[in-house]
Ligand binder design. Structure first.
Ligand code: FES
Length: 346
């Protein structure tokens, strides 16, 4: 693709034609505050926080393409005034208890409000007194309308990436909000619970129900099915505190399904079986693996001798590796049975 030159705050930049001004600036280390822009999504130009002067005209930089010889100002007094107003209008309707928010210090609104210099005391008298209800119907996701900035990133994620369209803008004016069809609780909608919207929400409007900031992360592979999605397990106090997709993984490029993202509580669950149990005198008792495997082998032989090999069957696990699943079917076939299956089908 053709390269072009433009001037941003007096700096000459060479970028590929077709980029937006925002992309060109960010790629070259020039910070332009933005809220509704997300690199995974088509630009929407909703928040107007990324406004810049391009050849003397105010434009949202996330939607404006670069042009050869273009002169861009990201920090003029006009730009700062317009940007300040845009951020104030968002901040005035925003819940302000940042310390209790799971997104504190990781919040885009906090970042841009600090950058443009929003004065919280000035906004106090304009604040809405009524709090919106929090939708905590969902087992994995909490939706807090008091923190939503209507950037539409969740809507576009559900539409463009997940292709489910479970949520959209609804109502008008001050009542406008992101809701499900018929404004039902998220749990009763056609949301697939993948959590892709939660990952991209720039504020605390969508948060995972469980999860604390991890002390460290471990890069690994999800074992729920045969896809092999790359994940990072967040660890806190020796337990899994959260899961995030690995954007470097060629398999999933950071995306995850509901099981991969939220289904980790079994790992440290107190009911999880960690040793084999054998039923003796009507009660389960702990046993060694040798004891358990000897018992299973003896029962297999007993059934095979009594009812023939077709009476045996095996169901393998998606959590096992491909190699383990291969060996499992070998084992079953060695008994003369072809009745073998695995739940790793998508
Ligand atoms: Fe450009 Fe929101 S980031 S309009």
């Amino acid at each position: 693709m053709k390269k072009i030159q433009l001037f941003v705050d007096g700096r000459e930049l060479t970028v590929l034609e077709g980029k937006t001004i925002l992309e060109a600036a960010l790629e070259n280390g020039i910070y332009v505050p933005h809220l509704c822009h997300h690199p995974d999504l088509e630009p929407a130009g909703i928040c107007r926080v990324c406004v810049v002067e391009a050849n003397g005209a105010l434009v949202p930089s996330c939607r404006a393409p670069v042009a050869d010889g273009m002169v861009v100002k990201t920090d003029s007094s006009l730009v700062n005034r317009v940007r300040h107003l845009a951020v104030e209008l968002l901040a005035v309707n925003h819940h302000e208890d940042c310390l209790a928010c799971g997104k504190n210090y990781d919040c885009k609104l906090q970042e841009v409000a600090q950058y443009v210099g929003v004065d919280p005391n000035r906004l106090k008298r304009f604040k809405a007194q009524e709090m919106q209800p929090v939708d905590d119907s969902h087992p994995f996701i909490i939706r807090d309308y008091n923190k939503c900035i209507l950037c539409g990133i969740c809507v576009r994620t559900c539409d463009e990436i997940v292709c489910v369209e479970a949520i959209d803008y609804s109502f008008r004016g001050y009542a406008e909000k992101i809701s499900t069809l018929g404004d039902k609780p998220l749990q009763d909608s056609n949301c697939t619970s993948c959590g892709e919207c939660v990952v991209r929400c720039p504020v605390g409007a969508l948060l995972p129900r469980k999860g604390v900031k991890p002390a460290y992360e471990v890069k690994t592979i999800c074992t729920y099915c045969g896809c092999g999605c790359g994940i990072y397990l967040g660890v806190r106090d020796g337990q899994i505190a959260g899961v995030r997709g690995d954007r470097e993984s060629d398999v999933n490029e950071g995306e995850l399904c509901v099981k991969g993202r939220f289904g980790f509580s079994f790992v440290n669950h107190p009911d999880r079986l960690t040793v084999p149990l054998i039923k003796r005198n009507g009660k389960f008792e702990e046993a060694s693996w040798d004891e358990a495997l000897d018992l299973v082998a003896a029962k297999f032989l007993e059934v095979q001798a009594k009812y023939g090999p077709d009476s045996l069957g095996g169901l393998s696990s998606a959590r096992a590796t491909n190699e383990d699943n291969y060996l499992f079917q070998k084992l079953l076939r060695s008994t003369g049975s072809n009745s073998v299956d695995c739940c790793a089908r998508l």
